[in-house]
Write a protein that binds this ligand. Structure first.
Ligand code: NAD
Length: 268
């Protein structure tokens, strides 16, 4: 079978370069091209040079429409505004999409959902195997423990991250809410500062740390009187997200239109 041709939008970014290396090292996958935002220094240069792969003879472009038409699957780990545009282009071209960008506004999320009516999309705030296991376990534990156990989601990321709480933290909170059978947005307490009053029973609280080059740490804490259960995942290298993204792209190729999750990809 021919290799699945993968296009990386945002190819000069931290995730973009990891994805290029991962695609290059994955059997059945081939680098089909890459784009950056217009005006980025990398545009016009060689794609391989960005990721330490040597010259590939492929030029970094700035036209995601052309890229969508050339490849089988587009991998998007960019910024929220661009993610919505990339989804519309993938839908128009009938190209598969791995939608990894986080921090999307509701209208941008809606754009991804609309695109999934026309093409196959895997959407996940976190593509690592371990975090997807943590999501499944969190849902289960939240279903087993009642509201005597306060749920807190704690996350830490590198100093460059622009959105908070992380998409993964919010997905963990959503999993906890689902497990408990409550509406996430009613229970979520996303920021505490000053005289906040006592904690509301049943709330799902969030706490955010930023610093250094931390690839991503997430804990879900179930705290009752005199006992605490803590579930934690620590990512030490963002290569785990690229590995999951490329695995999802291989899985996605040839699927009918729809919105798929990493749980679908991994069979959880
Ligand atoms: P980054 O800033 O290093 O990279 C983003 C890249 O996108 C930059 O190179 C930027 O120039 C480029 N870009 C911006 N606008 C563009 C456009 N219109 N067209 C093409 N490229 C454009 O950020 P990062 O650390 O690589 O993270 C990117 C996104 O991926 C973030 O939203 C992050 O939260 C998310 N992320 C998701 C996962 C996951 O598993 N789903 C894992 C890690 C990061």
């Amino acid at each position: 079978m021919a290799d699945v041709r993968m296009g990386v939008v945002g190819c000069a970014g931290r995730m973009g370069t990891n994805l290029l290396r991962q695609i290059a090292g994955t059997e059945g996958a081939a680098i089909g091209g890459g784009t950056e935002r217009p005006g980025h220094d990398a545009v016009g240069g060689d794609l391989g040079a960005l990721a330490g792969l040597g010259d590939l003879g492929l030029t970094v472009g700035d036209d995601p429409r052309a890229l969508s038409a050339e490849v089988d699957v587009v991998l998007d780990f960019t910024v929220a505004a661009a993610a919505a545009e990339h989804a519309a282009l993938a839908a128009a071209a009938g190209t598969g999409l791995i939608a990894g960008t986080t921090g999307l506004e509701p209208d941008q999320e809606a754009a991804i959902l609309a695109a999934a009516g026309k093409t196959a999309i895997v959407r996940a705030a976190n593509m690592s195997v371990g975090v997807n296991l943590l999501l499944a376990i969190t849902r289960q534990v939240a279903g087993l423990l009642d509201a005597d156990f306060d749920i807190e989601v704690l996350e830490m990321h590198h100093r460059h991250k622009v959105d908070a709480p992380s998409g993964t933290a919010l997905a963990l909170g959503q999993a906890a809410a689902d497990g408990r059978g409550v509406a996430h947005d009613d229970a979520a307490d996303r920021g505490r500062d000053g005289i906040t009053g006592a904690r509301r029973r049943g709330d799902i609280g969030y706490a955010v740390l930023r610093g250094g080059n931390v690839a991503g740490e997430h804990s879900v804490i179930f705290a009752a009187d005199n006992e605490r259960v803590e579930l934690t995942h620590r990512a030490t290298d963002r290569a785990i997200f690229a590995r999951g993204g490329v695995r999802a792209a291989l899985w996605l190729h040839g699927r009918p239109p729809g919105l798929y999750s990493m749980a679908d990809v991994l069979g959880f």
